[in-house]
Design a protein around this ligand. Sequence first.
Ligand SMILES: Nc1ncnc2c1ncn2[C@@H]1O[C@H](COP(=O)(O)OP(=O)(O)OP(=O)(O)O)[C@@H](O)[C@H]1O
Length: 584
Amino acid sequence: MDTFKKLKSFFWPYKRLLFISLLALLFVTGITVVYPIVLQITIDEVVLGERYPLIPFLAFGFIVIMAVKGLATYFHQYLGELFGIKSVYDLRNALYKKLQKLSFKYYDNAKTGDLMSRLTSDVESFRAFLSFGFSSVVRITLIILISLGVMFYYSVPLALVTMASMPFLVVVTARFDKQVHPAFRGVRKSLGRLNTRVQENVSGIHTVKSLSREDFEIGRFANSNQNYRDHYLHTASIWAKFFPLMELLGNISVVVLLGYGGHLVIQGDLQPGELVAFFSLVWYIVWPLTDFGFVINQFSQAKASGERLLEILEQREDIQEITNAKKQTQIKGHVTFEDVTLTYVEEDDAALKSISFDAPPGKVIGLIGATGAGKTSITQLITRFYEPEQGSVLIDGHPVQQYGLKTLRRNIGFVLQEAFLFSTTILENIRYGNPDATMDEVMDAAKRAQAHDFIIDMPNGYETLLGERGMGLSGGQKQRIAIARAILINPRILVLDDATSAVDMETEFKIQKALREVMKGRTTFIIAHRISALKHADEILVLEDGKVVERGVHENLLKNGGTYQRIYDIQYQDQDTVLEKHPG
Ligand SMILES: Nc1ncnc2c1ncn2[C@@H]1O[C@H](COP(=O)(O)OP(=O)(O)OP(=O)(O)O)[C@@H](O)[C@H]1O
């Protein structure tokens, strides 16, 4: 119940819809029970009492009642759905909003498939309970109570005899629920695995094909598929046994009812019409009881789903804006690190250890070092993607925490090794960080990024639709679109993270040209494995195991006899050997 209480703010505003739907339900249930009563009156008063002229009135009355029932059913059904769908509309939006706010730290441990299933099937199961589950509880309780009431009104002994089979029905339903609940959970888990298989396969289709693992993947999918089929069949067999069993128990009640009821009629203690009414009323108790297990199941699923949704909604946002954050400031791009230490995971070794440097506006800082040395981590602190454990990261002399997150991030442009493009037009992709940019501005950015020529060569130019993650473009083309995107936001600080490592020499030349254009007048951080990419930097920081082990300009570092010189020797040795062998 706690789960529902915590999620109350999403469904309670629509309580009016629920109440009207329940009121309509009251009518529907009431009228359902009126049906056997009308039958009883027809038999006992009209047929046996030979008052045939009443038949047209009864028939007309019956039609009116059924019309009212139809109308009430419409309101109950529609408003119930409306209640559920409006509530989860808000809930889904709130979840998505929260996901946009959660920091990288959260996403480091989150699984895409799991998040997807929370936002779709968990929300759906919650909606199903709001729309139908809750009113089912009310409907079942009402119909059983009213039917029992009518039965006891007609004949107490016959009602008691008919009720004798109820405990068996309850036991069967409870046992069924115990079996079917885990079976259902199995089906859902298995379906989740099946989805993950497909999702991973589609995302990794390049790897699968290039390593010729199609047959292996087909086999793996077949296994997951078989697992899903087995779970489903197991559940189906439980269901299949349950219904005939309930029907059998119901029919035993009917036999007892006919035997004892017939005896009462012969004795003159019960009217024939009342016996016929009993016959209908018995099923009004048996079938709702059957549903009861299903509703309990729906309730426990909704509760479990609600808990999974709350886990997202209540997740702590570890990167937050302070109340008086600077939002209108013009950032110049002076980046300073003072004794910064960063630890990602508590038990792990620090990823950055006492890093200090100063990057005045417009200067170029090169970051080099083995993989895992901490180069990317430095840039992620400037944008406040993570928070340092110790020390300060300053922009224009103020700690980054003092800036509004949007202001801060709008002023920092990233060009990453793997450019992420959305499955929309090239135009939308370039404009992503600055949706208000005019077409002229977009084209200008694309020209400066050396992307304009290949874009206009495409069938639909800037309106060309890209596949998922930019499928259909080469690595170098994607990279240049990403550069155009960075130019368009006109950032004061630019981060080029291994931006040219994934392309051939000719494309690298084009990209370097584009990058030189975009770097003009901006503080730039170049992360590179190749010395050629950063040797012109104003300061180069050589990182090793989270520490700065050397710093300076290219020419000085070459004479240091340290790590930088070693990297240089490795990268240029072959070239020199070649030059020695083939001078000129
Ligand atoms: N999100 C994270 N969670 C936990 N540990 C991380 C995370 N990101 C990086 N690390 C760890 O921090 C260290 C520094 O990583 P970082 O990505 O900054 O290195 P890098 O020098 O940029 O490496 P590369 O050249 O391979 O990109 C590594 O040991 C890495 O395993």
